[in-house]
Design a protein around this ligand. Structure first.
Ligand code: CMP
Length: 147
């Protein structure tokens, strides 16, 4: 199995609900280690650029407004099959369809306030990591604790 990196965002509703610690704990329990992490409030330009692929969708304006409405936690997660594993741990985009025990099932409010974002493919993971963490090398390395 390949060691991969993926971009994760704890969205403003997750920060507001006070579940940053519990969300990160679920990632760590699933073998996904944060290798970069930053809390910040996105600008309109940052959010529009990040979600540019959704620009033509009817929910784009609301999505950008929501994502800039409060601070987010930006993270690079690393682990075996990190991209797919992160998506399993998050659950379906719409929390009504999310499986039991997933982050979105347990913490999300609705399809917009769905607590977390995760890259959906290796190509998007590369692009999204570079978008928020240009200084982080894209290719994963074996994470080893220094003792
Ligand atoms: P995310 O994985 O961050 O990528 C795009 C986001 O658009 C998605 O999660 C949802 O939170 C948000 N969104 C809002 N409304 C919709 C919708 N009707 N269909 C899909 N995504 C939506």
């Amino acid at each position: 199995m390949a060691i991969e990196r993926t971009l994760s965002i704890i969205k403003p509703d997750g920060v507001e609900k006070g579940v940053i610690g519990r969300v990160i704990s679920r990632f760590e329990t699933a073998g996904l280690k944060p290798v970069a992490i930053r809390l910040e409030r996105l600008s309109q330009a940052q959010a529009e650029g990040f979600y540019a692929v959704h620009r033509a969708r009817p929910f784009f304006g609301d999505l950008v407004k929501f994502m800039t409405g409060g601070p987010v936690v930006l993270m690079v997660l690393e682990g075996e099959n990190a991209i797919a594993r992160n998506r399993e741990v998050m659950g379906a985009t719409d929390p009504k369809k999310a499986a039991e025990g997933t982050i979105r099932k347990d913490f999300a409010t609705d399809i917009e306030k769905n607590t977390v974002h995760g890259s959906d493919s290796p190509e998007n993971a590369r692009t999204e990591i570079a978008y928020f963490f240009p200084e982080v090398q894209v290719h994963a390395y074996e994470w080893k604790a220094k003792r």
